[in-house]
Ligand binder design. Structure first.
Ligand code: N0T
Length: 537
């Protein structure tokens, strides 16, 4: 079990992570839960801003809202805490029937101290900023600042104590994100005298045991001796992770919720190379997850914020962050329509959850990272997928934890893909007409409507030897025997379109047959849920 699961035993019934055969589940109210999330904008963490968050979350059919709690707002004056926003937030989340993941905007928010209280921001003496290699003070607070750590920890512990007090019955808050997109842009590490001294120290054993050097160097010694050109980034990662560990550990000691960190990615396809100002050094990039594991056992997982629209980069990122020792969760993804199809891929891969960023009717767009608009049209491509998942969210989470789900998203190359299941393989193709085979109509120049850009995808759960639940859109799926069924002729026994009712019973809407199955399963633009049974002869 993860450290989180171990710590959780004391408070059975609290949300916690479990692990089996290298897979992970988030347990909420005693059963696996999949977060169909929506993240609010950075400045919506005020009572009068919430209406626009709930409205968007409702249109999204989200079961969870991720939203900030800022250090500056709960402790504007040192030692005087104000939780009025948190109180309003939890009460309104319950009225709106959504869970909450709270984002602790403390020492670092996108690496910056912008969300710290003023008494922290402008007191370099007590809360030191990092120093650059030229000896000049940088913008970023140092992870070696003992007073900063003490103050952030105190505020976070106060927050956790307050949540514990107001959330005993409802289990509204299911997870905490500690800080936001940590690390430092433009500077590899802290070059202050204190930083230089720490950098010369031997690499701690916990790190040595987990993180091999990418270059053949000494097995132990100082950071430079062991890691060479990677030493600065690794040292800074260790410093930041250790700082976060202190905060998470203290917070969990009072109220033991699952906790994670999120990452502004480095390029997932670029060959690994030492830091050269091309990403935030010290953040939980995929290459230093082991250092985070060594330094921060009270953090359950490191999670990718995906603002790379290219399908190859999305797939590579999911591969890098989904590990037997690191649960996959996507706490942020661009809210442009092109990202919607990745919901199928992420949920099919058995992620704990997924949340596009900026699902909020506040008048702000983070284009070109996300959509240009901030109205219903922005939410709709995601909302229709969540609406199809919601009735079976608990079943889905269980199937995923058992390792029985797969996902596919249309690639930028629009090419056919193959999905491997137990005894079966599924080919997924895109831009197909619903009727017939392309080869029959060689002169047909038309392409199906609304397929100019890739937007197809499907998630498949295997619920029996020959039985599947399929959810998807804009995709053609064909099943064929594999493994023990390889080469055996087969056909559909039943293809039922329907949904699960709240008690978990399957409700048939219609039975697909004839044209609707003769050319594979041609899922329309709007997501459908199918219960598919195959037979061999
Ligand atoms: C994300 C969001 C929010 C040249 C951006 C992504 C959120 C934070 N940061 O809207 O600020 O709080 O976690 C940064 C990605 C930068 C990409 C720059 C590309």
């Amino acid at each position: 079990a993860t450290a989180g699961a171990q710590v959780s035993q004391a408070g059975a019934g609290l949300p916690h992570l479990v692990k089996k055969d290298g897979r992970h589940a988030l347990i909420v109210d005693g059963a696996p839960f999949v977060m169909l999330g929506a993240q609010a904008h950075n400045s919506s963490n005020y009572p009068r801003a919430l209406a626009k968050v709930w409205a968007a979350a409702r249109d999204m059919h989200a079961n969870t809202v991720e939203i900030p709690v800022a250090w500056e707002q709960i402790e504007p004056v040192e030692g005087k805490f104000d939780f009025s926003y948190v109180d309003t937030l939890l009460a309104q989340a319950r009225q709106n029937k959504v869970r909450l993941v709270l984002l602790w905007f403390g020492t670092w928010k996108n690496t910056s101290p912008q969300y710290t209280p003023e008494w922290v921001k402008f007191n370099n003496q007590r809360f030191p900023r990092m120093v650059g290699p030229d000896g000049k003070t940088t913008y970023c607070l140092s992870p070696l600042g003992e007073e900063t750590l003490k103050a952030d920890k105190k505020a976070f512990v106060a927050l956790m104590s307050h949540i514990k007090k107001i959330d005993q019955e409802h289990r509204t808050v299911i997870m905490m994100q500690v800080e936001n997109e940590v690390g430092t842009f433009g500077f590899e590490r802290d070059f202050s005298p204190r930083g230089q001294a720490a950098f010369g120290q031997p690499v701690p054993r916990a790190v040595l045991e987990r993180k091999k050097s990418p270059v053949p160097l000494a097995a132990k010694g100082s950071w430079s001796e062991v890691y060479g050109d990677y030493a600065g980034q690794y040292f800074h990662s260790y410093a930041v992770a250790s700082y976060i560990e202190e905060i998470a550990k203290a917070g969990r000691a009072v109220y033991d919720l699952p906790m994670y960190v999120n990452n502004a990615l480095r390029d997932p396809l670029e060959p690994l190379a030492p830091w050269k100002s091309n990403f935030a050094s010290g953040g939980p990039t995929y290459d230093v997850i082991d250092i985070y594991k060594a330094a921060a056992p009270h953090i359950d997982f490191a999670a990718p914020d995906i603002y790379l629209p290219e399908s190859a980069k999305v797939a590579a990122t999911l591969d890098q962050f989904q590990r037997p020792d690191n649960a996959l969760m996507v706490p942020e993804m661009g809210n442009a329509a092109t990202y919607a199809r990745y919901a199928y891929l992420v949920l099919g891969r058995g992620a704990l959850g997924y949340a596009p960023f900026g699902i909020d009717y506040a008048e702000y767009s983070n284009f070109p990272l996300g959509a240009k608009g901030y109205d219903k049209a922005m939410v709709e491509p995601f909302g229709k997928i969540y609406a199809a998942f919601r009735p079976m969210e608990r079943q889905w989470a269980k199937w995923a934890f058992e390792g029985n789900t797969r996902g596919v998203a249309e690639g930028d190359d629009r090419a056919e893909q193959s999905v491997a299941l137990r005894g079966w393989k599924v080919s997924a193709s895109f831009r197909e007409w619903q009727f017939g085979e392309k080869a029959w109509f060689p002169n047909l120049k038309d392409t199906p409507p609304n397929t100019e850009t890739p937007n197809g995808g499907a998630a498949i759960a295997q619920i029996g030897d020959d039985e599947f639940i399929v959810i998807g859109q804009h995709i053609r799926l064909k099943f064929a025997g594999a493994g023990g069924n390889e080469g055996k002729p087969s056909m559909f026994a039943r293809v039922e379109e329907g949904r699960f009712d709240p008690s978990g019973k399957w409700v048939l809407e219609r039975n697909w047959n004839g044209d609707q199955v003769d050319y594979g399963l041609n899922l329309p633009a709007n997501p459908v849920v199918l219960r598919v049974k195959l037979g061999k002869y």
